[in-house]
Design a protein around this ligand. Structure first.
Ligand code: LHQ
Length: 266
């Protein structure tokens, strides 16, 4: 039977997207890339989708590129690595960063190679205590891609980024949390419940404002303070024109929970 490499579940306000090649620890094939792209694009155009949860089926989150697609006999011509990065991995990371709502990764097991960095591209990373993060690239003569060389030093600092990339040793979830690589490590049995709770909470939030927060924080990685202050001013103007800002202030003054629509202002 043909496999369904990505599963999508539509929930109230958010979608759960599951990488589904458990027998290969959800390693990426071209078919899985295409299915994931479609799932993300469908979520993006669905106005009722205000958060997304990305996870893996079975005991792994994602083992990066499926290397069985890449094996060649000694001396034979190697498949072009750059093409896969241009066509699939880079667009995937850009799409995840640019989605106009929060993306949560529920890392249920090992996240290796591009699988680790796809998780790090998500806005909030929760991981099962038994999960680990492995920059496996150096073991096969490659460099951390899918944003790895950008995310790692920013999240954990230069010394730890170098250690992780050069030594290619697995980093257990709890250590990943204490190093600041991820938001939180939780008990294995609690992972999906916690991730769903977080997703539902974010999906009920001021979605357009949350999208502007993502934009501001991404821009801050390269902006100087002056530029960032100008950007904050522009984005705050936009946030302040949204109906959710009005509702947030009214709810505060009336001492009741806010009922956000997620809409942008006129
Ligand atoms: C796999 C894989 C896998 C195929 C486990 N492929 N089968 C971009 C552009 C173009 C080209 C190259 O790459 C890239 C980006 C990248 O992502 S490069 C990095 C690719 N990934 C890796 O190097 C990780 C390879 N996997 C591992 O090191 C281990 O499997 C980890 C540490 C993830 C898990 O170890 P274990 O828990 O001991 O599981 P296992 O190794 O026994 O794996 C279970 C099965 O999954 C096994 O198959 P089998 O038939 O023996 O049960 C593995 O062969 C298969 N599998 N990763 N990437």
């Amino acid at each position: 039977m043909e496999e369904t490499p990505v599963l999508t579940e539509v929930r109230d306000g958010y979608r759960v997207v599951t990488l589904n090649r458990p027998q290969r620890l959800n390693a990426f094939t071209e078919a899985m890339h295409k299915a994931l792209r479609r799932a993300l694009e469908e979520a993006e155009i669905d106005r009722s989708c205000r958060a997304l949860l990305l996870t893996g089926a079975g005991r792994g989150f994602c083992a990066g590129q499926d290397l069985s697609d890449r094996m060649v006999a000694p001396g034979a011509e190697l498949p072009k690595v750059g093409g896969a990065i241009e066509d699939y991995y880079n667009p995937l990371v850009r799409k995840l960063r640019g989605l106009p709502f929060p993306v949560i990764a529920a890392v249920n097991g090992v996240a290796a190679g591009a699988g680790a960095n796809v998780a790090l591209a998500c806005d909030i990373v929760l991981a099962a205590r038994s999960a680990s993060f492995l920059q496996a690239f150096a073991k096969i003569g490659l460099i951390p891609d899918s944003g790895g060389t950008w995310f790692l030093p920013r999240l954990v600092g230069a010394a730890r980024a170098r250690g992780l990339a050069l030594l290619a040793e697995p980093l257990p979830a709890e250590k990943a949390e204490s190093w600041g690589l991820i938001w939180k490590a939780v008990d294995d049995a609690a992972l999906m419940g916690e991730a769903e709770k977080l997703c539902a909470q974010l999906a009920a939030g001021p979605t357009h404002g949350l999208a502007l927060i993502k934009r501001a924080l991404d821009a801050a990685e390269t902006n100087g303070l002056d530029q960032q202050l100008d950007l904050e001013c522009a984005l705050q103007r936009e946030a302040g024109a949204s109906p959710d800002y009005g509702e947030g202030v009214r709810a505060f003054m009336e001492k009741r929970p806010a009922k956000f629509t997620g809409r942008r202002g006129a």
